[in-house]
Design a protein around this ligand. Structure first.
Ligand code: SF4
Length: 388
C-alpha cells in the first residue's frame, strides 16, 4: 500500500480503527475530504465532555472552602457556553439536520451524571450539586491527573483523546492506581461494554502503559453519564492488534476494499453517496427500496417549491461501478425542511443527474425526504479510481 504525499505521519485513532474494521472502504472514504456530516447526539456529547473538562479545571482560588450552592450556577453557565459553541459548529458542518434545542435538558442530565461520577470517585456519591463545598470540589480536582489530553505512542502511530486520567488514593493520600475514564454520553451497555468500546479503553490504557515505565496499576473505565455508571474494560494488551491495523490503514490513493453486509452498509454509513457497493448489495439481496427507511438513487422529474411535492423515478445499478439505470418506476414524494433546502441548493448549483437520497421515510403514500435525510449528487467513486 502506498503512503500518500501528506507530510503528516499516519496515526490511528480508535474511531478510525473501528471504522476500518466495519468496512475498509468506509474508512478510506472518511479520509477523502468529502462533505462532513454531524448530528445532535455528537454535538450533545461534545458539549457534555467540554463542560466536564471545564468543571475539573475551575479556578476556585477566590472562594471560601466552606461555600456551598455555587456549583449549580457555574455548571449551568459552562453548559450554556459549550452548547452555543456546539450549535455554531453544527450549523457550519456541511451535512446536518435540524438543531434540537429541546435536547439541552438531556445535556443537563448528562452533565449532572458526569459530576456524580466524579463525586463517586472521590468517595462522596449521591451528593446534590448544591451541597458540594468548594473544599470538596478541590479534592475532586486534585484527583484529576489529566483532562482532555491527547494520548499518543512515542512513535506517533497510535493516538486517542483521553477524557480523564484520575488517581485512586489511600488514606495517607498516596496514589495507589490510575484510572483512565472515558466519558460516554451514549446508551449504557447492557450488560457488557461493546467490543469496540472495550478495545478503545484498553488501547488508551496500553498507550499510557507504553509511555510510562513504572506506572501504578491502571484501570480503564467507561463512564456513562446518562445513568452515572462505570464499566471497567479488562483484558490483554491490544497494542499488537492496533499496530497491525495501523499498517493496514496507511493512507493510499486506491480505494480500500468494500465490506458489504448488514452490519456495514445496512447500518449507518455516512459515505453511501460516494460508494456504489451498498447499492448493488441491496439489489442482489432483494432489499433495494424495501423497508420504512430506505436509501435510493433517483431522477427527480418534477419538483414544486411551494409544497415540496416531487415525482421521483427510481434507479437501479447497472453494475458494481454504480452506473444508474432508470427503471421507469415513478414514486410521489415530498421534500420538507432541510431536505427541501438541500435539494434546492443542488438545483441552484446546476446539478441535473441522479440524486442520492439517504433515509427516506416510505411508510406513507408519498415518500418523505425531511431534515434528517441526505440529499446529495450521486457520485460513486469506482474501485479503480485514485484520489488526487
Ligand atoms: S456503503 Fe457499505 S461498502 Fe460502501 S463504504 Fe459504506 S459500509 Fe462500506
Amino acid at each position: 500500500m502506498t503512503q500518500s504525499g501528506s507530510a503528516k505521519p499516519h496515526s490511528l485513532s480508535p474511531s478510525s480503527w473501528n471504522r476500518w474494521e466495519i468496512c475498509p472502504r468506509q474508512y478510506w472514504l472518511s479520509r477523502q475530504r468529502l462533505p462532513r456530516k454531524t448530528g445532535m447526539a455528537a454535538s450533545l456529547g461534545t458539549a457534555v465532555h467540554a463542560t466536564i473538562e471545564d468543571l475539573v479545571q475551575l479556578d476556585l482560588s477566590g472562594k471560601d472552602n466552606s461555600e456551598t450552592d455555587w456549583m449549580p450556577a457555574i455548571a449551568e453557565e459552562r453548559l450554556q457556553a459549550r452548547w452555543q459553541e456546539e450549535k455554531e459548529i453544527f450549523e457550519n458542518t456541511p451535512r446536518h439536520g435540524d438543531w434540537k434545542e429541546k435536547e439541552y435538558s438531556k445535556a443537563r442530565t448528562q452533565q449532572a451524571g458526569g459530576i456524580e461520577l466524579l463525586l463517586a470517585h472521590a468517595g462522596v456519591p449521591k451528593l446534590a450539586p448544591k451541597n458540594i463545598t468548594v473544599a470538596l470540589w478541590k479534592r475532586v480536582m486534585a484527583l484529576v491527573l489529566a483532562a482532555e489530553g491527547e494520548l499518543r505512542t512515542k512513535d506517533g502511530k497510535l493516538m486517542g483523546r483521553l477524557d480523564l486520567l484520575l488517581a485512586d488514593v489511600n488514606e495517607k493520600g498516596e496514589i495507589t492506581s490510575w484510572v483512565v475514564a472515558d466519558l460516554k454520553t451514549g446508551r449504557a451497555p447492557s450488560p457488557d461494554l461493546k467490543p469496540e468500546v472495550r478495545r478503545q479503553l484498553l488501547l488508551y490504557r496500553d498507550i499510557i502503559l507504553s509511555n510510562n515505565p513504572n506506572p501504578p496499576p491502571i484501570r480503564a473505565e467507561g463512564w456513562y453519564t446518562d445513568t452515572a455508571k462505570t464499566y471497567e474494560a479488562q483484558g490483554e494488551s491490544v497494542l499488537d492488534d492496533a499496530y497491525a491495523a495501523w499498517k493496514e490503514t496507511i493512507p493510499g490513493t486506491t480505494p480500500l476494499e468494500p465490506k458489504v453486509g448488514t452490519n456495514s452498509c445496512g447500518g449507518f454509513c455516512d459515505w453511501k453517496a460516494w460508494c456504489p457497493h451498498w447499492w448493488s448489495w441491496r439489489k442482489d439481496n432483494g432489499t433495494l427500496h424495501v423497508g420504512d427507511f430506505i436509501d435510493a438513487v433517483v431522477l427527480v422529474h418534477s419538483y414544486e417549491p411551494s409544497s415540496g411535492a416531487a415525482s421521483l423515478e427510481l434507479c437501479e445499478p447497472i453494475d458494481d461501478t454504480g452506473r444508474p439505470l432508470p427503471t421507469g418506476k415513478m414514486v410521489p414524494a415530498v421534500f420538507k425542511g432541510r431536505g427541501a433546502l438541500n435539494f434546492e441548493l443542488l438545483k441552484s448549483d446546476g446539478h441535473q443527474g441522479p440524486v442520492y437520497l439517504g433515509s427516506i421515510l416510505t411508510n406513507a403514500q408519498s415518500w418523505r425526504i425531511g431534515s434528517w435525510c441526505d440529499v446529495l449528487p450521486w457520485a460513486p467513486i469506482a474501485d479503480s479510481s485514485t484520489a488526487e
